[in-house]
Design a protein. Structure first.
Lengths: 413, 87
């Protein structure tokens, strides 16, 4: 049997590159990649967030996930273009179409990332990775980074090295030179909270983490700790799964038959929506980075907010807490008639184990799974939260796929 | 040639070949007048898939106001729209 050879293909500044390439194709003379620019909500829609930024925008310290308002303060001449998710799916599909010429075994990890298993290929990885990269650039007009290794984790770490338009390898024998000197926060799935914990015990580089004894890390951080320790040592045995197409977002909405004029009822509706939307995302083995809430008042005036999370989630409670926070930030205390909650920027849940590590919700994870299983066997309303008893509010709201109505990342006002 | 990317009205011939063949198009000029231009010759055509969006690019030649001009047309497959891309 041949030794495993995995490529991770990652589009550079995906939404922004796709937008730029599309616009050039349609006669726009400036390339968004060459000027400070972002993909986000419209300029007037001040509550939109930055979804992608150009490299020149990085020089203004503009961060993905910050509000457009704040980005414009950092760079007043920033070009802001609204997202167009339909087109991004086309771009992503076209890239996968090219990848399929090189291997039948491809995992779409997110809209702009894929793993390709080349273990049974007959060409050298250097030749093939450059061929893929150049084909994508020539045919589709955008650049990618390709990471190459013997497993998915290391391939993914490698594609994140210097950008754009590069191929990097990170084979196990290269760990010491290429990965161990990096700050521990750059290790896949180590988020801000974990970083603080690791720093508190003097672990600053990936190498520091790798050098700990297995028993020590396990007794300190338990199973999730063991996982990042394995990652630090380049250990990952997950397979390249042939995924179905990623879907763009999962959302649910409800129009109430009465005016909702108090926070308690509003929160209950958000809980009911969170229940359903989180169940749906778990059912398709995805986690989401972006939570968006749209509310419409009795005058049919609607407004929205969204937030990009540090770590993708599929937890009902976490989605609920986030929705509550978005709601409390924007509600003007007028009576409401409609609520829509959606989750977008979806990503495979392969590595979701560590989310609970970041958010300390391992029990919630178990609870979510238990509830999903009970509901699957005994019906959706076999278990529900007691606050809904005699409340007149349905404990699980939604079920209608509403992607078209509420496209990902939009911040409708 | 200069990039224009102006939407145009087109009469095209959908033959048995892979791509439609542009025959004549109508464009509104600077004076808001309609102008009809007959496509005399297609020098080459190529399909592009930039960002996954399929378009067919035609480099063409016509006599426009008694001068021979070279220009490029684009046909966008997803919208069935024609554009005067460059002239
Ligand atoms: Mg990317």
């Amino acid at each position: 049997m041949s030794s495993p050879l995995i490529f991770h293909i990652d589009v550079n500044s995906a939404y922004l590159s796709w937008e730029a390439a599309y616009r050039l194709q349609h006669g726009e003379e400036i390339d968004l990649r060459d000027v400070p620019s972002i993909v986000g909500g419209n300029r007037e829609k001040r509550h939109g967030i930055v979804l992608a930024k150009s490299i020149p925008a990085k020089d203004y310290n503009i961060l993905t996930g910050e509000t457009i308002h704040s980005a414009l303060q950092k760079c007043p001449h920033l070009r802001v273009v609204p997202p167009n998710y339909e087109r991004y799916i086309d771009a992503s599909d076209a890239m996968i179409h090219i990848l399929r010429e090189f291997s039948p075994n491809i995992q779409r990890y997110s809209i702009d990332e894929a793993f390709l298993d080349y273990s049974y290929g007959d060409k050298h990885w250097i030749d093939i990775s450059y061929e893929i990269k150049e084909r994508i650039k020539a045919d589709l007009g955008f650049t990618v980074n390709i990471g190459v290794s013997s497993n998915k984790l290391l391939a993914k770490m490698a594609s994140d090295f210097k950008k754009p338009d590069m191929v990097h390898s990170l084979f196990p024998y290269e760990l010491q030179d290429k990965m161990w000197p990096l700050p521990v926060s750059e290790l896949f799935m180590v988020g801000p909270k974990t970083t603080v914990k690791l720093h508190s015990r003097g672990i600053f580089t990936i190498g520091d983490l790798a050098a700990l004894s297995k028993d020590y890390i396990y007794s300190w951080l338990k199973k999730p700790g063991l996982l990042i320790w394995e990652y630090a040592n380049g250990i990952d045995s997950s397979n390249v799964r042939n995924n179905p197409l990623p879907i763009k977002s999962v959302g649910n909405s409800t129009t109430t038959s009465f005016d909702v004029d108090n926070q308690r009822e509003a929160h209950m509706i958000l809980l009911a929506l969170s229940e359903k939307v989180s169940m749906r995302i778990r059912a398709i083995n995805q986690c989401a980075y972006v939570v968006s809430l749209n509310i419409k008042n009795y005058n049919f005036f609607s407004y929205s907010r969204q937030v990009k999370l540090n770590n993708p989630t599929d937890s009902t409670n976490f989605v609920y807490r986030t929705a509550k926070r978005l709601f409390d930030e924007m509600w003007q205390e007028e009576p409401l008639r409609r609520f829509s909650l959606s989750l977008s920027e979806l990503i495979s849940n392969d590595y979701y184990q560590l989310n609970f590590f970041e958010e300390d919700d391992s029990k919630e994870k178990l609870l979510d799974n238990a509830i999903d299983n009970i509901r699957k066997s005994f019906g959706h309303k076999s278990v529900f939260r007691s606050c809904f008893l005699y409340s007149g509010i349905d404990p699980l709201i939604g079920g209608v796929i509403m992607e078209e109505e509420y496209p990902m990342m939009s911040s409708q006002i | 040639m200069k990039v224009l990317m102006k939407p145009i009205e087109m009469i095209a011939w959908f033959s048995k070949d892979k791509y439609p063949i542009p025959l004549r198009y109508r464009i509104v000029d600077e004076n808001m007048e309609n102008k009809v231009i007959k496509v005399d010759k297609i020098l080459f055509k190529e399909e592009e898939k930039i960002a996954g969006n399929r378009m067919i690019l035609y480099r063409c030649e016509s006599i426009i106001e008694n001068t021979q001009r070279i220009f490029e047309l684009k046909y966008e497959i997803s919208t069935c729209k024609w554009f005067l891309f460059k002239i």
